[in-house]
Write a protein that binds this ligand. Structure first.
Ligand SMILES: *Cc1c(COP(=O)(O)O)cnc(C)c1O
Length: 427
């Protein structure tokens, strides 16, 4: 008994090895974790248990949009928690109403529903689509190959990647995948049962693949013609990451016919409360009342505390013009990475994405790397050794999803570290 059940307190303030031991014994091993134990963070830096500093260009997979331990987030948490942390959605409170207004103001006329995660926000979209199509017997949602929509049962059915479905069959019915950025394939896939189309504006887990402007405009028209809802998963690519509030606003910037574009609903989570768990979806008029009283709910959705944090984050983003920072510094980073790709074509295949949602594609094999692990994971590991955090996407892409308040000098530091790791691999 003693050996298999150590006192958890024994690890408090102790070694990384003791912490990992607790995980091995008591945490469900559903994640492939990197061998890093973190203790604290400040801005775009994190410190591990040994005191080593890392530049964090992953920001908790696009979550910590103001970096770590931002004083405004701390202030909002402290102030609101002294007033009211939680009340049921049986009642009204000011922060939820104000936040819904702020989100709608940045998208278009419509309403918001609050929940706690990205998968849950997408669940809301699936229920919206089902309710919308119900009386006509329509229920099917078409999604894209290589997409990612979360790990709930319906989330993995919606996701266009076999690896998340494997072992969990049978899949929830009513989802089918179609190649991304292929309007004709989508048109051909529509059946009498189809109620909605769901896409990411920029596929994140799938390897940083933006939807083309023609695809977005074509889907809008297709959905109008066939009376389908156009749903967008903005969990990763939304929330100013591209330099615009939502990715389609960036993708369609200056594109003729793009000004009036709106999807029918958008899911959000990740950066929404900067690390405080929160999800939401926005749905436009005239569908904003499809989910009427009693049709959908979440105990923790949109608590005063979560909403107060999200409101404070919006305030900081506006005051410090962080969307513009993501747009401009993202452009700089992208160009710098493209220059690296031009210098080391045998290592770097391409650079993708916009703003602070960037990916660089590595060659399928690189000298000195093991054959039994993905190239992306091994490069991410080498970047860790060199003091930089990034996120793998698929086998060959490394993602950079930094905090929106990343500075020029931090971006330069990141680039130097990336060059230092990749240059020696060039032939
Ligand atoms: C992360 C992510 C999700 C799932 O969000 P969770 O908060 O992990 O449930 C869904 N869609 C996209 C595009 C994501 O990047």
């Amino acid at each position: 008994m003693k050996a298999t059940n150590p006192d958890p307190k024994a690890a408090a303030g102790h070694s990384a090895a003791a912490i990992k031991q607790l995980y091995q014994q008591h945490v469900v091993p559903s994640y492939g974790r990197f061998d890093l134990v973190f203790e604290r963070g400040r801005g775009s830096y994190l410190w591990d248990a040994s005191g080593k500093r890392y530049l964090d260009l992953g920001s908790g997979i696009a979550v910590c949009c103001l970096g770590h331990s931002h004083p405004a987030v701390t202030e909002a948490l402290v102030e609101q928690s002294q007033k009211l942390v939680h009340i049921s959605n049986l009642y009204y409170h000011e922060p939820q109403g104000r936040l819904a207004g702020e989100l709608a103001r940045r998208i278009g006329p419509g309403k918001c529903f609050f929940c706690n995660s990205g998968a849950e926000a997408n669940e809301g979209l699936y229920k919206l689509a089902r309710k919308f199509g119900h009386d006509e017997g329509r229920f099917e949602i078409l999604t894209a190959t290589n997409s990612f929509h979360g790990r709930t049962l319906a989330g993995i059915a919606a996701t266009g990647q076999d690896k998340v479905k494997k072992g969990f069959e049978p899949m929830v019915a009513g989802f089918r995948q179609v190649p991304f950025n292929d309007l004709e394939a989508m048109r051909a896939a529509i059946s009498p049962a189809t109620a909605a189309i769901l896409i990411e504006g920029i596929q994140g887990e799938g390897g940083i693949t933006p939807a083309s402007p023609e695809y977005l405009l074509g889907l809008r028209q297709l959905c109008n013609e066939r009376r389908l809802l156009l749903l967008m998963d903005g969990v990763q690519c939304g929330y100013f990451r591209t330099g615009a509030f939502q990715s389609f606003q960036r993708i369609l910037e200056g594109v003729p016919g793009g000004e009036g574009f709106l999807p029918d609903a958008i899911s959000m989570a990740k950066s929404l409360a900067g690390g405080f768990p929160m999800g939401a979806f926005w749905v436009r008029e005239p569908y904003a009342d499809v989910l009427g009283p009693g049709t959908h709910a979440s105990t923790f959705g949109g608590t005063p505390l979560a909403c107060a944090v999200a409101l404070k984050i919006l305030e900081v983003i506006e005051r410090e013009a962080l969307a513009l920072n993501a747009w401009n510094l993202g452009e700089w980073l992208r160009k710098a990475l493209e220059q690296l790709a031009a210098r080391f074509p045998s290592v770097l295949r391409s650079v993708r994405g916009v703003g602070f949602m960037l990916g660089f594609e590595l060659a399928p094999t690189l000298p000195g790397l093991a054959a039994d692990k993905t190239v992306a994971a091994q490069i991410v590991n080498r970047l860790h050794e060199a003091g930089l955090l990034s996120i793998p996407a698929g086998n060959q892409v490394v993602r950079l999803l930094p905090a929106l308040n990343l500075t020029q000098s931090e971006a330069e530091e990141g680039l130097r570290i990336i060059e230092g790791v990749l240059a020696p691999l060039a032939s």
